[in-house]
Design a protein around this ligand. Structure first.
Ligand SMILES: Nc1ncnc2c1ncn2[C@@H]1O[C@H](COP(=O)(O)OS(=O)(=O)O)[C@@H](OP(=O)(O)O)[C@H]1O
Length: 336
C-alpha cells in the first residue's frame, strides 16, 4: 500500500503531479490527509498536525498528503506513516518566480506595491527591498518561494547551508524538476512501483500566453540574485536528477518518455475537444481557479463520450479544487 508525501511547491507544475496522485489515490482507495479547512494546510504558516482534518471513520492511518503546505517534517511525521515516500518538484527559478509574481500580483503586498508601475516586474526587480517587508507573513512567497515551501529561511539573501541541503536530501526520495517533467515522472513511477498508464497527464494550471512576461537577460539575472536560495536548490537538485537519469540509462529513459508521450497523445485524442480554453469558455466544473490578474487555461471534453470514458477523461482535466472537493466528499460522505 502506498504511503506518499508530496510537497506541493508553488508554480512548478505541482498541480499536474497532484492530479496524478489524486487519480492514484482514488484508484487504490488511499486515505487522503486533507486540510481541515479550505484547500491548503494553514499556508503560509508552517504545517501543523492541527490543520489536518481527522481520519475518516474506519480508517486507521492516512496514506497520502499532497496539498499546499509550508513543510515542517517533524509535524508531517506526526500525521503520516513512518515509511512514507517523500517527493517534491522544483522549477527553474526564473520561470517559477515570474509565474509567482504575475499570478499573485494582486495578493502579495510586496508585488501589489509594484503593480502601480507600467512594468511591475521591472520596477520590483530594480529595488525589491523597497517593496518587500520580510516580517509580513503574506509576503512569504515574494522571495525564494520554493525554499519557503520547503521550510527554509527564505527571506535571507545567501544560499542554503550544507546542513539544509543534506536535510532535504535525507527527507526526499525524489526531487522532480519541471524542465524534465516526463523524465521525473518515469523516475517517480519506478520509485512508487506504478505503471505508465498511472502517470499519463494533461498539463494543468497553465497561464494564457499573453499573461506570461518575457524575461530579458538582465531581468533573469536580477531574479536569480533575489532568489539565490531557490537558485542554489534548483541547481543542486537538477544535477542530482540528471545523475539519476544517467543511472537509469539515457536510452532506456528516452524510450519510456516516448512511450509515455504516445499514451498522452492517445488520451488527448480520445478525451479532449479543445486545449488551452479560456476560463469564460469553460463550464464551471472544468474551470480552474482564476486569480484576478491572469487567465488560467482549461480543457473542454469531447461531447460523445460514454460514461466510462467521461469519468476517466474528467479526472485527467479536472482542476485541483474541483477534484479535491470530490475526493473529500467521497472520503467523508459529506461536502467540504
Ligand atoms: N507538465 C508540465 N511541464 C511544464 N510546466 C508545467 C507542467 N504542468 C504545469 N506546468 C506549469 O506550471 C505552472 C503551474 O504550477 P502549479 O500547478 O504548481 O501552480 S500552483 O502553485 O498550484 O497554483 C504553470 O506555469 P505558468 O504557465 O508559467 O504560470 C504551468 O504552465
Amino acid at each position: 500500500k502506498h504511503h506518499i508525501v508530496f510537497l506541493k511547491t508553488h508554480k512548478t507544475g505541482s498541480s499536474t503531479f497532484q492530479n496524478i496522485l489524486f487519480r492514484l489515490g482514488e484508484k487504490e482507495g488511499l486515505v487522503f490527509a486533507f486540510p481541515a479547512r479550505s484547500f491548503q494546510f494553514s499556508y503560509p504558516s508552517n504545517f501543523s498536525k492541527k490543520s489536518v482534518k481527522e481520519l475518516p471513520e474506519n480508517a486507521t492511518e492516512f496514506d497520502i498528503i499532497c496539498s499546499h503546505m509550508r513543510l515542517d517534517v517533524e509535524e508531517v511525521k506526526k500525521v503520516m506513516p513512518m515509511d512514507s515516500v517523500y517527493l517534491t518538484i522544483l522549477r527553474d527559478p526564473v520561470e517559477s518566480f515570474e509565474s509567482v509574481f504575475v499570478y499573485y500580483g494582486s495578493y502579495v503586498p510586496a508585488f501589489k506595491l509594484a503593480s502601480e508601475f507600467p512594468d511591475p516586474l521591472t520596477a520590483f526587480l530594480e529595488k525589491p527591498d523597497l517593496y518587500y517587508n520580510s516580517t509580513m507573513l503574506s509576503n512569504s512567497i515574494a522571495k525564494n518561494p520554493m525554499a519557503y515551501d520547503l521550510g527554509l529561511r527564505a527571506h535571507d539573501s545567501d544560499g542554503p547551508s550544507l546542513q539544509e541541503l543534506q536535510k532535504i536530501e535525507k527527507t526526499f526520495s525524489l526531487v522532480m524538476i519541471t524542465e524534465y517533467f516526463d523524465e521525473s515522472l518515469i523516475l517517480a513511477k519506478e520509485l512508487l512501483g506504478l505503471n505508465l498508464e498511472d502517470i499519463i497527464y494533461l498539463k494543468l494550471n497553465a497561464r494564457q500566453k499573453e499573461d506570461v512576461v518575457s524575461i530579458s537577460k538582465d531581468q533573469a539575472a536580477k531574479i536569480r540574485t533575489w532568489n539565490l536560495l531557490d537558485v542554489a536548490l534548483y541547481n543542486h537538485f537538477r544535477k542530482k536528477l540528471q545523475n539519476k537519469i544517467e543511472h537509469y540509462g539515457t536510452q532506456r529513459m528516452e524510450q519510456e518518455v516516448r512511450t509515455l508521450r504516445g499514451l498522452i497523445a492517445e488520451v488527448t485524442q480520445q478525451c479532449i475537444q479543445d486545449k488551452a480554453v479560456k476560463p469564460e469558455q469553460l463550464e464551471e466544473k472544468l474551470r480552474p481557479w482564476q486569480p484576478n490578474t491572469v487567465s488560467i487555461f482549461g480543457y473542454n471534453l469531447k461531447g460523445n463520450l460514454t460514461q466510462v470514458e467521461y469519468d476517466k477523461c474528467l479526472r485527467l482535466a479536472w482542476p485541483e479544487l474541483q477534484y479535491h472537493s470530490f475526493l473529500y466528499n467521497k472520503q467523508y460522505r459529506k461536502s467540504m
